[in-house]
Design a protein around this ligand. Structure first.
Ligand code: SF4
Length: 175
């Protein structure tokens, strides 16, 4: 994806290599196609760096018109909830295909989505029910622990402060 800088691409490649290494000898690791639990339980709408937003915008603009319309309706509904401060405690990502349980912008998905579940920290950051079950069943030694906070800092260092969902969309969408 050329919309992100080379350092960001390197970070993504490094994250992907770690993800593949975890998957290679842990076929039970819960993060895989078909599990969309984290996409349905965001603590807030996406907050991304400018480079990541650009990539998401390009991906959404490339959808066939019917899909684009559906996604834009979800974005608008979420923007309205953000502005009116009526967000649910578990926000469903507007880029999720809820029927298929799959990300519609998979190749353009944010770094946070690439790391979630693979950089699990003992303080339960990036730690969902499925991971919790695995920790309980298999023991801590089976888990590959990560440092999600360090990754967040890397992302900010490479691509700037996060821009909220409301800030990104409110100039584009008339409510
Ligand atoms: S962008 Fe994709 S992977 Fe990330 S939360 Fe949304 S649907 Fe899930």
């Amino acid at each position: 994806m050329s919309e992100v800088s080379q350092p960001l691409q390197h970070l993504e490649s490094w994250i992907e290599a770690r993800v593949q290494a975890i998957r290679a000898d842990r076929d039970w690791w819960p993060c895989r196609r078909g599990c969309d639990a984290c996409c349905r339980h965001l603590v807030h709408p996406p907050e991304l760096s400018a480079a990541e937003w650009t990539r998401v915008d390009v991906a959404v603009a490339s959808f066939p018109t019917p899909i684009q319309t559906v996604v834009e309706q979800k974005i608008e509904a979420l923007l309205r909830q953000s502005v009116e401060q009526t967000l649910s405690v578990a926000v469903v990502c507007p880029y999720l295909d809820e029927q298929a349980g799959a990300c519609r912008i998979y190749n353009a998905r944010p770094l946070a989505c690439r790391t979630y579940g693979f950089f699990v920290t003992r303080n339960h950051d990036q730690y969902c029910k499925q991971i919790e079950t695995e920790v309980n069943d298999r023991g801590e030694a089976a888990i590959v622990w990560g440092h999600a906070e360090a990754i967040r800092h890397d992302i900010e260092r490479l691509s700037g402060q996060s821009i909220t969902f409301a800030t990104h969309y409110r100039d584009r969408i008339k409510l």
